[in-house]
Design a protein around this ligand. Structure first.
Ligand code: ADP
Ligand code: MG
Length: 349
């Protein structure tokens, strides 16, 4: 009774706090926020600009073109909180934007976290969310949330598999009978792909490019498996020796070669998850296949690449970028059913 009354004054938020993007579902309403996980701060004092509002889309626009005194920062790295204060300020802003008028009580939050998170990192995640204004916080692994979000038949007596390639981490999980049978989580994702591209051009061409340029290259001409038509593009960077600007022509084949290491790490995460499944589950997976989600799943022909390397049928989720947030929202809506998959700040840590 009291609980019902309280619910009238508080909102429930499903929060996918990602290294690259943050997506928030307001339970009962839908997706209310989807913004880059970045803030713009002044170099002196380290305060967020525009009175705490230079966050998300606004801050992203400033990236790479800021004057000396401004810095665009990502509070998360490799899937976990790297700058505690900025993460708290960013979340505070996002929560305020996601709340509806009249909801005066602090929101309850279900947060998705990578499976490879350490106890110290888990504590930092809980604290950031609480200090940003949440009343209660639960966490759940992003792999489990993704499995629900992409609509896998997780409760059935058959195995199904999801792989989420985010900015900072990649998670693979096999689900059966409403439980995770095997899972793997690694600190390699889209950001590692960008870093691999930066390294490749420095090594092969003595050309320095920034991570934002590398990300553009990855999105525009990158691929995991040979596309129908290879392309070439003009790339501008800084000559590593002379320090002068230089242009060169590069091919999509080279970008693919640059991505070899992070792609191999992703394959290993998937195959080591498969290794831990028995023959029955493996034969289910041959039938049901693997569903890909996360922004990294948008890399050209990654489905074909993973399919060929693992022998599984692979398909891309309908909404790869918001699958985790959606899964978390489903769990909050049916809280009792999924409570066993959640941990609160008082348990487990
Ligand atoms: P996170 O949840 O960790 O923030 P996301 O699921 O939002 O991660 O994915 C972000 C990553 O996806 C970034 O590394 C971004 O570069 C990458 N990405 C987005 N679109 C594409 C695309 N079309 N091709 C390849 N990578 C992409
Ligand atoms: Mg995400």
């Amino acid at each position: 009774m009291l609980e019902k009354l309280l619910n009238h004054f508080r909102s429930d938020l499903a929060v996918d706090l990602g290294t690259a993007n943050t997506a928030i579902y307001l339970v009962g309403e839908g997706l209310v926020l989807n913004e880059p996980s970045v803030v713009a701060v002044g170099r002196e004092g380290g305060k967020i600009l525009s009175g705490g509002c230079a966050v998300g889309h606004l801050a992203k626009q400033m990236e790479g073109r800021t004057p000396e005194r401004i810095e665009v920062v990502r509070p998360l790295r490799d899937g976990v909180v790297a700058d505690f204060e900025l993460c708290e300020a960013m979340l505070h802003y996002f929560f305020r934007k996601s709340r509806r008028p009249g909801k005066r009580l602090r929101p309850r939050v279900l947060l998705g976290v990578p499976g490879c998170i350490t106890p110290v990192e888990k504590r930092a995640a809980f604290n950031s969310v609480l200090r940003a204004g949440a009343g209660r916080v639960w966490i759940m692994t992003k792999a489990q949330a993704a499995a629900i979000g992409v609509g896998l038949p997780i409760a059935e007596p058959t195995a199904s598999m999801v792989c989420r390639i985010g900015g900072g981490t990649t998670e693979a999980a096999v689900m059966s009978l409403a439980d995770s049978v095997a899972a793997e989580s690694i600190r390699t994702g889209g950001d590692a792909m960008d870093r691999a591209i930066v390294d490749y051009f420095r090594r092969q061409y003595a050309l320095r490019i920034g991570p934002a340029t590398a990300e553009r290259l990855k999105i525009d001409v990158g691929s995991a498996y040979p596309p129908e038509e290879e392309r070439s593009v003009e790339l501008s960077g800084m000559d590593a020796v002379s320090g002068l600007p230089r242009r060169t022509t590069i091919t999509s084949e080279e970008v693919r070669r640059a991505l070899a290491d992070p792609l191999q790490a992703i394959i290993e995460a998937i195959t080591s998850t498969l290794d831990r499944c028995g023959p029955e589950l493996a034969s289910d997976l041959m039938q049901n296949g693997l569903v890909l989600c996360g922004g990294g799943a948008l890399l050209r022909r990654i489905d074909r690449f993973i399919g060929e390397r693992t022998g599984l049928p692979v398909r891309l989720a309908a909404e790869p970028l918001t699958a985790v947030a959606k899964g978390l929202a489903v769990c909050m809506e049916d809280f009792r059913r999924w409570r066993g998959w959640m941990r609160s700040s008082e348990e487990d840590v």
